[in-house]
Design a protein. Structure first.
Length: 231
């Protein structure tokens, strides 16, 4: 079973939806998603419509059991065909700690969790065990044209050092939801650099919205992260 996802907020997406309904044998089911009818094609493909412009795979997975979500947007699909990474992706597992630090540009305001490890090794090792550390990896198998929206919350530094379009484009030292995603830019720290030592509910809600993370509990999630202040 595969699920085609269209959006009421995307004109191109709705155009694709109309074409699919006209050109293929999709039949209306008795089920709905966000108040919109769900269509089925030979019980092998579902066609759904969301009322939102951006929707996370985690939210969809809580409603559907499927082998793949396919996000329908002509613009994003064409962009994915034309897009080519400027540099070949660097395999993280092949980089030593010293090599990874060497990859961090001197002008970058973000220094990566690997730099934080020097003073906060306990926190770093706790972070490696969390879902935050694997956040970028979890969307690596998503369609390339859908990754850009997800990377806003599934990587560190989006919009600050570049607009990551695909997982391959995320710098190796910024993969996952790292320290700086919540505590702020680390350049100059310790010393002149100022860090937000306490992560507030507002910071978490930037990604853990009520729509995308309905079961979010601030105190419980902080406990899961295990990010306690250490010397």
């Amino acid at each position: 079973m595969r699920v085609l996802v269209t959006s009421e907020q995307d004109i191109a997406s709705l155009t694709i939806k109309e074409h699919l309904l006209e050109a293929h044998a999709f039949s209306k089911t008795d089920d709905t998603f966000e108040g919109n009818p769900i269509y089925s094609h030979d019980d092998e493909v579902l066609l759904i419509t969301t009322n939102r412009d951006m929707i996370h795979c985690d939210h969809l997975e809580s409603h559907f059991e499927t082998e793949a979500f396919i996000f329908c947007s002509r613009h994003r699909a064409e962009s994915a065909k034309l897009y080519k990474p400027k540099v070949a992706p660097l395999p993280e597992k092949d980089l030593s700690e010293k090599e990874m630090i060497a990859r961090i540009p001197k002008e970058s305001p973000l220094i990566g969790a690997i730099s934080c490890k020097r003073c906060h090794e306990v926190n770093y090792r706790n972070w490696l065990k969390t879902k935050h550390a694997k956040a970028t990896q979890t969307i690596a198998t998503s369609p390339r044209y859908a990754q850009e929206e997800c990377l806003i919350c599934h990587a560190t530094g989006h919009g600050k050092i570049g607009e990551f379009v695909t997982v391959d484009e995320v710098p190796v030292y910024l993969r996952g939801v790292q320290c700086e995603a919540c505590h702020g830019e680390g350049k100059g720290h310790p010393g002149k650099g100022e860090m937000e030592r306490k992560v507030t509910l507002g910071v978490c809600r930037n990604c853990h919205t009520k729509d995308q993370s309905p079961t979010f509990n601030y105190l419980a999630y902080l406990e899961k992260i295990g990010c306690k202040i250490s010397k």
